[in-house]
Design a protein around this ligand. Structure first.
Ligand SMILES: Cc1cc2nc3c(=O)[nH]c(=O)nc-3n(C[C@H](O)[C@H](O)[C@H](O)COP(=O)(O)O)c2cc1C
Ligand code: SF4
Length: 444
């Protein structure tokens, strides 16, 4: 049976960006239902649903909300992370442009749940259309009593939403970088703890959530946590740390496929099904060489790993960092992994904020080594040096402040371990072409 879209169900409905049409389609029923409950009850429903953050880390949303100190005098802030700069990811843009009130309804419900009086939408700078659409929708909400003071007659529930255009860097999407940027500073991530839920924006308790996460909240309140848990993959009984992967997910499919796009499917669909059934297969009749399962920073899966379920655990079991943003990029069999990895390393070296030496130096060195390999001046030993650098940087080995360095390392680790023969052949052959009289040099 085909999956009925939930998050994308309004896409293409004429005028859906306007409050009147959205309400005519049943919009803001979730908010009305939430206002009948206490904030604690709303948090509990979200906890019960098993919703995990859609921004990359997959942290349980209700649990994160529960970290806000009890009886805090406020203000408490909600930051909507709409920076969306992970390469290959565009689901937030589609939600904000296509159905802005759905995002805003989720935002208002979530602000009510965590007792936030101000919400900031931190919007990727390049998203000019989303900016205009959201700004108009926010104004409509003020005009009709959905924002401001005593919202929909609920005494004491006051909320203002500010739309803030981002500073145009990948690191602005990291939650504490985002907070610094909102405070008007350079987006340098903060050392944690303290976590934002305890001390975030302007040193006050702050929750940062992704756009898609908040859109899911609206439906959980409207349809109930059991409905949400009926979609996706339950926890693995053999893994006590597995929290399951529940709910619908927006998969962004791009690269060498016939029909790229954003597809709403139950969490856990396999990469093969996504590419073949929804993406119409690999373009030009070619085969898959590799895919990126969840945004560039997750690393690579090989053609033999296409049956990996794209839930929160599947890509990890297949040697990647995780599901990330579920942005799947397909690379066909004529793609050079050397070129792909070179581009990846250049991106992360450029986007590193430079605070932590292992990240600043490590990403730059990986990019330089890849550039040299690509020029035909690589050594076979370079591959082990790249792995050594990649294994030494990141939050996982505990050498950096934020996850950018991990994101830079996993493409390197997975490309070199899974496609080593291609790298070795390239180094041997290109060196032989450049230096025809000498054998390929094995060491420095
Ligand atoms: C370098 C870096 C960039 C990130 N960029 C984004 C982003 O653009 N959007 C996003 O929602 N989360 C991004 N994140 C994850 C956020 O730090 C945070 O985990 C997320 O916004 C929390 O929301 P969620 O719990 O709803 O997923 C990024 C993380 C890192 C390390
Ligand atoms: S890991 Fe990299 S991007 Fe993150 S804070 Fe350190 S230097 Fe900046």
């Amino acid at each position: 049976m085909e999956f009925e879209p939930v998050l994308l169900r309004h896409l293409g409905v004429p005028g859906i960006q306007h409050l009147e049409t959205y309400q005519a389609q049943g919009g803001y029923q979730g908010l009305r239902r939430a206002l009948e409950l206490t904030p604690e009850q709303v948090v509990q429903l979200v906890k019960d649903s098993g919703l995990r953050g859609r921004g990359g880390a997959g942290f349980p949303t209700g649990v994160k909300w529960g970290f806000i100190p009890k009886n805090h005098p406020g203000p408490i802030y909600l930051c909507v992370n709409a920076d969306e700069s992970e390469p290959g990811t565009f689901n937030n843009r589609i939600l904000m442009e296509g159905d802005p009130h759905q995002v805003l309804e989720g935002t208002i419900i979530s602000a009510y749940a965590i007792r936030a009086s101000v919400a900031y939408i931190y919007l990727r700078y390049e998203y000019g259309r989303a900016y205009r659409i959201l700004q108009r929708a926010i104004q409509e909400l003020y005009d009709h009593g959905f924002l401001g003071r005593n919202i929909l007659g609920k005494a004491g529930f006051n909320l203002d939403i500010y739309l803030h255009r981002g500073a145009g860097a990948y690191i602005c999407g990291e939650e504490t970088g985002l907070i610094e940027s909102l405070e008007g500073k350079r987006a340098w991530p903060r050392i944690k703890p303290p976590f934002p839920a305890v001390q975030g924006l302007f040193h006050k308790p702050t929750i940062v959530n992704n756009v898609e996460t908040l859109a899911c909240v609206k439906h959980i309140i409207e349809r109930g946590p059991d409905w949400f848990r009926s979609i996706g993959i339950p926890p693995d009984p053999n893994n006590p740390r597995d929290m399951g992967s529940f709910g619908p997910k927006l998969y962004c499919l791009s690269g060498h496929v016939n029909r790229p796009g954003c597809f709403e499917l139950p969490l856990g669909i396999t990469a093969r099904e996504l590419i073949e059934k929804y993406g119409g297969g690999v373009w030009k009749g070619r085969q898959v060489k590799a895919i990126i399962p969840g945004g560039l920073s997750m690393g690579f899966l090989t053609a033999q790993e296409l049956d990996t379920p794209l839930d929160f655990n599947g890509p990890i079991k297949a040697g990647c960092l995780g599901l990330g943003t579920a942005a799947v990029i397909v690379l066909d069999d004529q793609t050079s992994m050397i070129d792909v990895l070179y581009n990846s390393c250049r991106f992360f070296a450029h986007e590193s904020c430079g605070q932590c030496t292992p990240c600043r130096e490590g990403t730059a060195w990986m990019a330089k080594i890849l550039a040299r390999i690509r020029r035909g001046e690589g050594y076979l030993d370079d591959l082990d040096i790249l792995l050594e650098i990649a294994n030494g940087i990141g939050i996982m080995p505990g050498t950096t402040i934020c996850g950018l360095a991990d994101g830079a390392a996993w493409p390197v680790k997975t490309a070199i371990t899974k496609f080593r023969a291609e790298f070795e052949d390239y180094i041997r052959n290109s060196r032989a072409r450049l230096h025809p009289v000498r054998e390929p040099i094995r060491s420095h």
